[in-house]
Ligand binder design. Structure first.
Ligand code: SDX
Length: 424
């Protein structure tokens, strides 16, 4: 359905097309605004601005709804697995048994990194932050697969890009972790399944099925989230026809920030700080509310969800399952639950619709699995990769897609003449 909106700007009235999405969302199409009226819009942080039309993920922040290609996240978390969800996001439909087997086989083809990439990985100091290592190594992959640099990458290359990168990022993360603990890397055994293979490569030994399943659910919950900061970064870089490795590497760097994927590490550091400070989480709630204090409650609030983040609900259940299965009594979980309980009743948080988000409980599960805190955001990369690649592929296959090039409102100096102040 399409109709028009009228916009009156200083006596000049123009009509703007109103477009409606398949879930009833409406938008003003301003693509011809500057040509028609010589004006642009300004929207700090793109809070009200849609950058694209997309069929990958639908979320409704007010109702706490999240669906991948139309499938509710709750059903996928309960009935599917991460590799199948990755296939769904990237190929638009769930795989049949032949497609599923081929996808697993394509992941299994990359059970080791190219030798040169392993050499690059070996050059990073054990103290390096895993996000820097993963971002740099993914970008370096472009030097080993020149066929991906062709902007008109063929369908065959696109179809193998996701399983290849899923396999290689898993190895990059596990191999670098083993290096940081002074141990030899463990070869990938794709027949274990994606999540169990990763945990085995990280820690060796037998990985409990339920623990592997909990990680698989976490990866499903992180797989995509429409036009979040890092997915938008991947789209912006991809819109210049940069290759997939460069685009994904940029997405990894955007995710690194504390306000985005870096929040899961920041949540654990915050809980540790509260514990070390005596466990009085009410003191930290007051700090979060204090406008003069830069402290924010990490893992709380969200640009889109003004209701519970549906992923946080599922992760909280998985958190209880993992801690019980591993027989861990983590005081940080008690602090987290106390923080949540107080914040959800506090006027400051209620008024601003600040609820626990995906990062609030995920770090506690990662800690219970033995994953070091500085790898938590890299775990977000492992989950989010299929989403980034699905958004990149959708952009690159859209004949109407344009290079991302926003405008601005200039607020600097007006014209002035040069004076050599050095001669004054
Ligand atoms: C992710 O976009 C996505 O989809 C992201 C993500 C994904 O899957 O890709 O869901 C993953 O990034 C989750 C968010 C992880 N980040 C954090 O947990 C960091 C803590 N959260 C905040 O920094 C904040 O809530 C953001 C960054 C998440 C959202 O910020 P917005 O939308 O820009 O909101 P805002 O900064 O304008 O805040 C609105 C008000 C402000 O108060 P007032 O000026 O109105 O008085 O809420 C306050 C803020 O000060 N506020 C907080 C707060 N978050 C917002 N106050 C204390 N603690 C917080 N966490």
């Amino acid at each position: 359905m399409s109709d028009n909106a009228k916009l009156d700007v200083r006596g000049n009235t123009i009509e703007l097309p109103v477009i409606t999405g398949t879930e009833g969302e409406i938008a003003l199409d301003i693509s011809k605004l500057r040509a028609q009226a010589g004006i642009i819009t300004l929207d700090n942080g793109f809070v009200n601005t849609g950058s694209c039309s997309s069929a990958v993920t639908f979320l409704n922040g007010e109702k706490g709804i999240l669906r991948y290609r139309g499938y509710p996240i709750e059903q996928l978390a309960e009935q599917s697995n991460f590799s199948e969800v990755a296939y769904l996001l990237y190929n638009k439909e769930l795989p049949n048994s032949d497609q599923s087997k081929k996808f697993y086989d394509d992941i299994a083809k990359h059970a080791a990194l190219p030798g040169g990439v392993s050499n690059i990985l070996d050059q990073f100091p054990a103290t390096a932050h895993p996000m820097g290592v993963v971002s740099a190594t993914v970008s370096a992959l472009s030097c080993f697969y020149p066929e991906y640099l062709n902007p008109e990458a063929t369908d065959e290359i696109k179809s193998r890009a996701l399983p290849q990168l899923m396999a290689q990022i898993k190895i990059i993360m596990a191999d670098f972790y083993r290096k940081t603990i002074g141990k030899d890397s463990i070869e990938s055994n794709p027949s274990l399944g994606y999540s169990k293979d990763f945990l085995t490569m990280m820690f060796g030994g037998d990985v409990d099925e339920e623990v592997a399943k909990a990680l698989d659910v976490l990866l499903i919950l992180h797989a995509d989230h429409e036009q979040n900061c890092s997915a938008s970064t991947v789209r912006v870089v991809g819109s210049s026809h940069a290759n997939i490795f460069a685009s994904i590497s940029a997405g990894i760097d955007a995710l690194w920030g504390q306000l985005h994927g870096g929040a899961n590490q920041a949540v654990l550091e915050m809980l540790e700080a509260i514990k070390n400070d005596g466990g009085d989480y009410k003191k930290f709630i007051d700090k979060a509310k204090d406008k003069n204090d830069p402290f924010r409650l990490m893992g709380f609030g969200h640009r889109v969800y003004k209701n519970f983040d549906p992923r946080a609900k599922i992760i909280k259940v998985a958190c209880d399952t993992v801690l019980e299965k591993l027989n861990i009594n983590d005081p940080l979980l008690d602090i987290a639950k106390g923080l949540e309980e107080v914040a959800l009743k506090d006027e400051y948080f209620v008024q601003r619709n600040l609820y626990p988000n995906v990062d609030f409980y995920s770090g506690i599960i990662y800690k219970a699995l033995g994953i070091p805190t500085n790898m938590f955001t890299a775990m977000f990369v492992l989950g989010r990769l299929p989403g980034w690649m699905s958004q990149w592929r959708e952009l690159r296959e859209d004949p109407a897609a344009k290079i991302a090039r926003p405008r601005q409102i200039y607020v600097g100096e007006n014209e002035r003449n040069y004076v050599d102040l050095k001669k004054r």
